[in-house]
Design a protein around this ligand. Structure first.
Ligand code: FES
Length: 366
């Protein structure tokens, strides 16, 4: 479409994406409304060398684009196969490839832009004096003129190869936030509502048992089922887990972290009955989640004279005799209690999961 036609119809000249509007000669507006003489950008460049530099810069941009695409392809292909991105080895592998490709993309882009400026743009000394903070109209006009001059000097209009490869290289970067969001992993949905106790109890009940046995989590008795008679001294506290949790393979650590439970022996007459949970203790043995309801540290300190459970991170204190209610500190709710019983052989068992989600309150209730 010719300029003549545009004048008639009032429409602008036909534009191609990535093409800046046409620039009038080399003249720039001045504050007085006139036009100032400017140098012809790139006039002093050796066009043969400039062409060579242009190709190198374009190659850099293409390399940046290829690395970005490689990043996306690896991310999508790798995270969807062989168990996704779980596990230490997989995390290391992904860090190496994703980090390497992203670095290559930024590096190639940076080298391209640097070469562009050094080899294809005019080197003119720029001076700037100190002014008052508020700029006057002259300075603003001068800035606008400098920007226009810079646009001319960059060759954006004159070198479509560079312009388009630069846009191509930059385009995948706009998608980066999507990958960062995807990297947060799937939504937890209902998984935070339950611990492995729920699954273990269901499995035990399916096998005709009244519940799952508690096993000691460390020490010489580690992973051995615990009899009520073996934990009969008031004042004691140990950490227990559901039987079978160590057989979960690569998922065991995650499940252990969520299912950790403290078992405390308190004189039975000291325990205040909680409505609906009156039968959840066995001769003064009571079980609470070990995960602090503030931000999830292990609430692993127990003071037997006061029956206080203390979280060392921010000093939340829970009353073990009163449903682990918060009596001090930033935690907002009690430690959830685990329903206990004994089986016919005298082993301590859990008859259900914690009645509410364990851990920090911001997980909320699903
Ligand atoms: S995590 Fe327990 S008090 Fe903060």
């Amino acid at each position: 479409m010719s300029d003549e036609t545009n004048e008639t119809t009032g429409a602008g000249p036909e534009r191609v994406i990535g093409t800046p509007p046409p620039v009038k000669s080399g003249a720039l507006p001045t504050p007085g409304g006139g036009e100032a003489e400017v140098f012809k950008p790139g006039a002093e460049l050796d066009e043969r060398k400039a062409k060579k530099a242009e190709r190198i810069v374009a190659l850099c941009f293409l390399l940046a684009f290829a690395a970005s695409v490689g990043f996306m392809v690896y991310f999508i292909g790798w995270s969807g196969r062989n168990g996704g991105m779980h596990g230490l080895e997989r995390a290391r592998e992904s860090n190496l490839w994703l980090g390497g490709l992203m670095t290559l993309s930024f590096l190639a882009m940076g080298v391209g832009v640097t070469l562009w400026m050094r080899r294809l743009m005019t080197s003119v000394p720029i001076e700037q004096a100190r002014y008052d903070m508020a700029t006057d109209d002259d300075v603003r006009s001068s800035l606008a003129a400098d920007i226009k001059q810079g646009a001319l000097d960059s060759g954006l209009g004159k070198r479509p190869l560079l312009r388009r490869t630069l846009l191509l290289a930059a385009a995948p970067l706009g998608l980066a936030p999507l990958f960062l969001l995807r990297d947060l992993g799937p939504l937890p949905e209902k998984r935070l509502r339950h611990t492995y106790w729920a699954k273990a109890v269901a499995k035990a009940k399916a096998a005709g048992k009244p519940g799952v046995r508690l096993v000691v989590d460390s020490g010489p008795e580690a992973s051995a089922p615990l009899k009520a008679a073996d934990f009969n001294t008031p004042g004691g506290m140990i950490t227990v887990l559901p039987e079978g949790i160590y057989d979960l393979g690569h998922d065991a650590l995650t499940q252990i972290a969520k299912a950790s439970t403290i078992l405390i022996n308190i004189e039975p007459d000291k325990i205040k009955p909680i409505k609906g949970q009156e039968n959840w203790t066995v001769n003064g043995i009571i079980a609470y989640s070990k995960i602090c309801t503030h931000v999830g540290c292990p609430a692993a300190l127990y003071e037997q004279t006061t029956h206080h459970i203390l979280c060392p991170c921010h000093q939340s204190t829970f009353d073990a005799t009163d449903g682990a209610k918060v009596i001090f500190g930033p935690a907002a709710r009690p430690l959830p209690q685990l329903p206990l019983a004994v089986d016919e052989e005298g082993y301590l068992i859990a008859t259900g999961d914690f009645p509410e989600p364990i851990g920090p309150s911001y997980w909320e209730r699903g």
